[in-house]
Write a protein that binds this ligand. Structure first.
Ligand code: C2E
Ligand code: MG
Ligand code: MG
Ligand code: MG
Length: 281
């Protein structure tokens, strides 16, 4: 009897594994097809100065327009793309498309020539070894200048690949391409290294901002990050500002920049264009 039960459990376990593997395999295949069929698109979330309330730039955020399932969030496919390596061609498309689009906007709306487009990078892209060549090619092709581009790299990634990251960052600096450390505070940073790396911006993770007024530890962390950025003489951006209370607190703490639903959700191309038209004068 026990043997039978064991056997049954074994069969169930196998079936579950099979389903999961098949789903991942399917998703991987679909991602590959999505790239060919050009089903990815970018939304752009505005980043504002919290002191002057002016627009400073946008963060490009990928979405997948699935023919049956509709718009799919990056949290549902970026992890698989990273696991399978598909993030490399997908990430290349993101860089290409965001630089192309932003260069075009800068031509159409000359008042945004000082604004920057921020693009998220994944670890696999750092490891390809030809990121700099790719960036040079894209900047040349699109006509975007290096100082209009900002790359977002997570803290964990940066610290995992310190030596190669430090070389990469200095090459980016030569091109005036800026670097933000994304999701700052969620990983483990060696502060002494941080002082030596040519990093321009710390982005405070949304998880600390959400309860900055309710959880004392979160307030302490946000304060500490703002203080650290000030000491290092670099910029600081708070993610996930959703309420006036969040904004009030961050302004009181003298956080320079912010992004979040209070100002704007990530916008489609057309919505960015009407925002840029409105801010023309
Ligand atoms: P992230 O880089 O930290 O981007 C910020 C995320 O927070 C975005 O989610 C944005 O829509 C969301 N967000 C901004 N303000 C608020 C707010 O006030 N409230 C709430 N609840 N959320 C807010 P999204 O677009 O779903 O992207 C999630 C993550 O997926 C990104 O986190 C990034 O890690 C990754 N991702 C997105 N696009 C790309 C890409 O092109 N390449 C790579 N490698 N990763 C990407
Ligand atoms: Mg980001
Ligand atoms: Mg972030
Ligand atoms: Mg985040």
């Amino acid at each position: 009897r026990a043997k039978e039960q064991g056997k049954a459990r074994y069969a169930v376990y196998n079936a579950a594994m099979y389903t999961e593997a098949q789903t991942i395999w399917e998703l991987e295949n679909n991602l590959r097809l999505a790239l060919e069929r050009q089903e990815f698109l970018l939304h752009y979330q505005p980043i504002f100065s919290l002191t002057t309330q002016t627009l400073m730039g946008f963060e490009a955020l990928i979405r997948w327009q699935h023919p049956q399932q509709g718009l799919i969030s990056p949290v549902d496919f970026i992890p698989i793309a990273e696991e399978t390596g598909l993030i490399v061609p997908i990430g290349e498309w993101v860089l290409q498309e965001s630089c192309r689009q932003f260069a075009l906007w800068q031509q159409q709306y000359p008042h945004i020539s000082d604004l920057k487009i921020s693009v998220n990078l994944s670890g696999r892209q750092l490891q390809t070894g030809n990121l700099i060549d790719l960036l040079d090619k894209i900047l040349l092709q699109t006509g975007l200048s290096g100082n209009s581009l900002k790359l977002e790299i997570t803290e964990t990634l940066l610290m995992k690949n310190l030596e190669s990251a430090s070389l990469l960052l200095s090459k980016l600096k030569e091109r005036a391409i800026q670097v933000s450390i994304d999701d700052f505070g969620t990983g483990y940073s060696s502060l002494s290294y941080l002082c030596h790396l040519p990093v321009n911006t710390l982005k405070i993770d949304r998880s600390f901002v959400t309860h900055v007024n309710e959880i004392k530890e979160n307030l302490q962390i946000v304060k500490a990050i703002i203080g650290l950025a000030r000491q290092l003489e670099i910029n600081v951006v708070a993610e996930g500002i959703e309420t006036q209370q969040h904004l009030d607190r961050l302004q009181e703490l003298e956080c320079e920049y912010g992004q979040g639903y209070l100002f704007s959700k990530p916008l489609e191309e057309k919505a960015v264009e009407s925002l840029l038209e409105q801010s023309l004068n």
